[in-house]
Write a protein that binds this ligand. Structure first.
Ligand code: MN
Length: 268
């Protein structure tokens, strides 16, 4: 287990993240997940189970289904297996922000020797997740990527191979929500304690700060609505009226449409 760096960066009395004690059960398929993480910057943590830990890359723009679009993936420390199911709010410290389980499933190496492939910096594999499927490759660039500031050999590219699961759909925009709770960042935050966010904001300025401010506001509103609904849950007329819940915004109907496209494609 190579979780020293993971453990060193965290105070488990202060973070809800798992400490990493569970041992791997032998014989099951290899797990993979992508966690959408709104911290000082929004990024997508791409994790592949290997030898009892989750190998991890931080992908700033998230995965792309377009083989022409290579996405920078910075290798970060291994994470414990049970981190793969984590979704929630990290109130302070390392990675402070909101973690959403954006995709999960299983992965299969397309090479005989994963360790050799990692050492070489060229790992081909297939994914079988809810959102990501088909053949992919992680290629180490050795820091030659222009965006890598002193990244050295930590910088890799995540690239989709051309197959039935490739396409020009912007998957991070197309399917933005959690595969665990079906919620967005504000739903995850609303399930926690949005009050802490006025004092512990991981990002105050710029685009991320503005995004956070909006999410905090939405989360607070959601939480208030839920609490009010719980208190006055006396009949079917409480909360949203049937009429208003039936009415969908252009955005949500677009998402429904998109989901239909995904299902159609998946069943083929
Ligand atoms: Mn992260």
């Amino acid at each position: 287990m190579a979780l020293e760096e993971y453990k060193r960066k965290r105070d488990f009395k202060k973070t809800p993240e798992p400490e990493g004690k569970a041992a791997r059960k032998a014989g099951r398929e290899r797990f993979f997940c992508v966690q959408k993480h709104l911290a000082s910057h929004l990024h997508y943590d791409f994790r592949l189970e290997h030898r009892g830990v989750l190998l991890s890359w931080a992908v700033p723009k998230g995965p792309s289904l377009d083989p022409k679009t290579k996405r920078l993936a910075m290798k970060v420390e291994d994470h414990p297996i049970e981190y793969g199911e984590f979704e929630g709010v990290i109130p302070e410290g390392y990675g402070a922000g909101i973690v959403m389980l954006w995709d999960r499933g299983t992965w299969t190496p397309q090479v005989d020797d994963v360790d050799a492939a990692l050492k070489k910096g060229d790992l081909k594999f297939t994914l079988d997740g809810y959102k990501l499927k088909g053949s992919w490759v992680l290629v180490r660039t050795g820091g030659r990527y222009p965006g890598a500031r002193g990244g050295g050999d930590r910088s890799w590219l995540l690239i989709k191979h051309r197959d039935d699961w490739a396409g020009d759909v912007d998957i991070v925009d197309f399917a933005p929500k959690s595969v665990k709770s079906n919620g967005d960042f504000e739903d995850i935050l609303a399930g926690d304690t949005p009050a802490i966010w006025s004092s512990h904001r991981p990002a105050k300025g710029g685009e991320t700060g503005a995004m956070l401010a909006e999410i905090i506001e939405k989360a607070a509103r959601l939480k208030n609505e839920r609490e009010a609904a719980t208190k006055s849950a006396t009949g079917p007329r409480s909360g949203r009226s049937p009429q208003s819940s039936r009415r969908t915004s252009p955005q949500s109907s677009r998402r429904t449409q998109k989901n239909r496209v995904v299902k159609t494609k998946r069943s083929s």
